[in-house]
Every structure is written in structure tokens, then in C-alpha cells.
Design a protein around this ligand. Structure first.
Ligand SMILES: Nc1ncnc2c1ncn2[C@@H]1O[C@H](COP(=O)(O)OP(=O)(O)O)[C@@H](O)[C@H]1O
Ligand SMILES: [Mg+2]
Length: 318
């Protein structure tokens, strides 16, 4: 299968303090030399605790953030060197669903206008045709037809997220980047939304870049998983391998601390005995790791291939 989207050696720095002359004096490195790909038809799950860079990676793939170093490729081409028609094609084919539908839906637009906005902008449908399309889209995501004329505030959280999902699938994209799409919803609704993602993938065969703090959710949707820690990918591999036999000490901690096999019940917040401090060099997990040795402080966090499509960034596996 072809690689739909790829991030190649992406580093993303945010300036967080500037001096009087506007020069950056302090920066935060949100992504460190991250390389990742999503193939046609597959789901890549992304896990890691809050602040590790998941959303920044998603936003970089969506071209909402520019990499400081490295590049994002769509079907093998750097998105920043695409001709305008190719760039438009990339934008149509890579859609997003965000965590909070409250913020991502225009409060002044009705349901039918929201789900057909992309169709209206990119194609020349009449109003009647758009309303027909909207009806089909609402049926596709199991929304009642009265949502056509409803404003977002008249819908429940789960219904709003269904609307956001309908908007994303309206253009029949090849990839949907879903950034914690169930985290803001009631626990009882989360599984329904996960099932909707699975149904839609079965119908249309699109790929997902799926971020979630819920391991059971990631397990349910993903073919492969990447595990992130402090801007690095520390482990990647097939879902059942990562969940069944975590190798990186951080992945182990992450999985052992998620005892409840129900979506959304456990947030990925782990005991952090060191107040989030990381060493100046070497493995960022050093202070929390029970296997640490002093060589870890000069380890460059390169992912090492350990077979079966699996990679780990840890000295233990060199
Ligand atoms: N626009 C920004 N300006 C400064 N720092 C940012 C910005 N966006 C994200 N960050 C920082 O980058 C790091 C990664 O953030 P994020 O990608 O949102 O993590 P996650 O989605 O895994 O919780 C965090 O330390 C966050 O504070
Ligand atoms: Mg995030």
C-alpha cells in the first residue's frame, strides 16, 4: 500500500520568549526529529500523555503548523512544493476532526450548511443539491433529519461530533486526522463515536491518523501505533504487539497504568516523580525510568528496528 502522508524528520520549535529586539531567547521544542507515515486504508494510533506533541504533529500534517525542520509529504511530495492544483487536492483529501465540536463548528450555521460547506466551496452545487447531499451525510452518521435545520447549540455533544465527522467525510477524503475526537464527550457516547469511525472506514476505506488518550479506543481502531514522549516517538509497531508486549519502559508504564478496559475511563496521566524535568541530553524518560543507566544520558533517541515492523528508541534494545 502507498504511503498517503508522511512526516520526515520533523522538528517543531515554538518561540516562547523574545527579547527587546524580537529575537527568540527561549524556545520549546514540541517535536524532535519525528518521522511517521500513514498508508492507504490503515489507521495509525497515536498515544502519549498530555503535552508530548500529538496535536502539534497532527497540525503539522494538516499544514496548520509549519515544521521548523523536516517536511510533510502527501503521496510522496513535499506539501510545500505542490503546485496549486495538487495542494488543493491534498487539502480536500486530508480532513480533520478535533476534540471539541463546540469550538470547531460555526455557531451561526445550520446543520446542513456545516456538513456541505466544503462541497459548496469546492464544487458548484445548487442549494437544493446541497440539501440533498446534507440529508445523505446525516443519514451516514446516524443523525436525525431535524439536525439539518438545527444550529450547533441545539445539538448534544455527541450529535455535534457526528456533524463534524459528516463534514469531514463529505469530500470523501483519503485521510482523516482525528485529534482526541472522543475526549470531550460523555463516556456513554464515546464508544458510539468510535464505532461510527469504524463503520465509515469500512464503507469508504479511508485512513485515519487517530490520537486518543484512551488505550482501549486506540486498540479498537488502530492497525499500527506510535507512542510519543516529550516530542519524540519512543516506540512504534503493530497495535497488538505494542499493547500486548510493550518494549519501551515508557510504553510499559503507560499500558500498566491503564487497568480499565473501557473507552475513556482512564486518562493517560502517570505519576511523574520528577515534576516533568528532563535531562539536558539523552533519553527524556531518564528520571522516571527504572532501567536507567548513565549511558542513557548520551543516547540520541534514534528508533532502532527490532523486527516485525517494530521500532524502539531505548538503549536496552540497541
Ligand atoms: N502555539 C504554541 N506555542 C507555544 N507552545 C506550544 C504551542 N502549541 C503547543 N505548544 C507546546 O508544545 C508541546 C506539545 O503540545 P501538544 O502538541 O499540544 O501536545 P499534546 O497534544 O500531546 O497534548 C506542549 O508543551 C505545548 O505547551
Ligand atoms: Mg493534544
Amino acid at each position: 500500500m502507498k504511503r498517503l502522508i508522511e512526516a520526515i524528520n520533523v522538528t517543531k520549535e515554538f518561540p516562547i520568549r523574545k527579547d527587546w529586539f524580537g529575537r527568540t531567547v527561549e524556545k520549546l521544542v514540541a517535536l524532535k526529529d519525528v518521522s511517521v507515515y500513514v498508508k492507504e486504508g490503515e489507521t495509525l494510533g497515536v498515544i502519549g500523555e498530555s503535552g508530548c506533541g500529538k496535536s502539534t504533529l497532527a497540525r503539522t500534517i494538516l499544514d496548520l503548523e509549519k515544521p521548523t525542520k523536516g517536511e510533510v509529504r502527501y503521496l510522496g511530495k513535499n506539501i510545500h512544493s505542490l503546485r496549486s492544483g495538487e495542494y488543493k487536492n491534498y487539502r480536500l483529501n486530508v480532513q480533520a476532526v478535533f476534540q471539541n465540536p463546540q469550538n470547531s463548528l460555526n455557531p451561526r450555521m445550520k446543520g446542513w450548511e456545516i456538513v456541505t460547506e466544503g462541497l459548496r466551496i469546492n464544487y458548484s452545487y445548487s442549494k437544493k443539491e446541497l440539501k440533498e447531499k446534507a440529508k445523505e451525510l446525516l443519514e451516514l452518521v446516524n443523525l436525525p433529519l431535524n439536525a439539518l435545520e438545527s444550529y450547533p447549540h441545539q445539538l448534544s455533544g455527541g450529535q455535534k461530533q457526528r456533524l463534524a465527522i459528516a463534514r469531514a467525510v463529505a469530500l470523501k477524503p483519503k485521510l482523516i486526522v482525528a485529534d482526541e475526537p472522543t475526549s470531550a464527550l460523555d463516556v456513554s457516547v464515546q464508544a458510539q463515536i468510535v464505532n461510527l469511525f469504524l463503520d465509515l472506514q469500512e464503507k469508504f476505506g479511508m485512513s485515519y491518523f487517530f490520537i486518543s488518550h484512551s488505550l482501549p479506543t486506540v486498540e479498537a481502531v488502530s492497525d499500527r501505533v506510535i507512542v510519543m514522549y516529550k516530542g519524540y516517538i519512543v516506540e512504534e509497531g503493530k497495535t497488538e504487539d505494542i499493547i500486548g508486549f510493550p518494549l519501551h519502559p515508557y510504553t510499559k508504564l503507560l499500558i500498566e497504568s491503564t487497568p480499565v478496559p473501557q473507552p475513556g475511563l482512564k486518562k493517560l496521566t502517570l505519576p511523574d516523580s520528577n515534576g516533568g524535568k528532563i535531562p539536558k541530553q539523552g533519553c527524556p524518560f531518564y528520571f522516571r525510568c527504572s532501567y536507567r543507566k548513565k549511558e542513557c544520558l548520551s543516547f540520541d533517541m534514534k528508533l532502532v528496528n527490532v523486527g516485525n515492523g517494530r521500532k524502539v528508541a531505548c538503549l536496552l534494545f540497541l
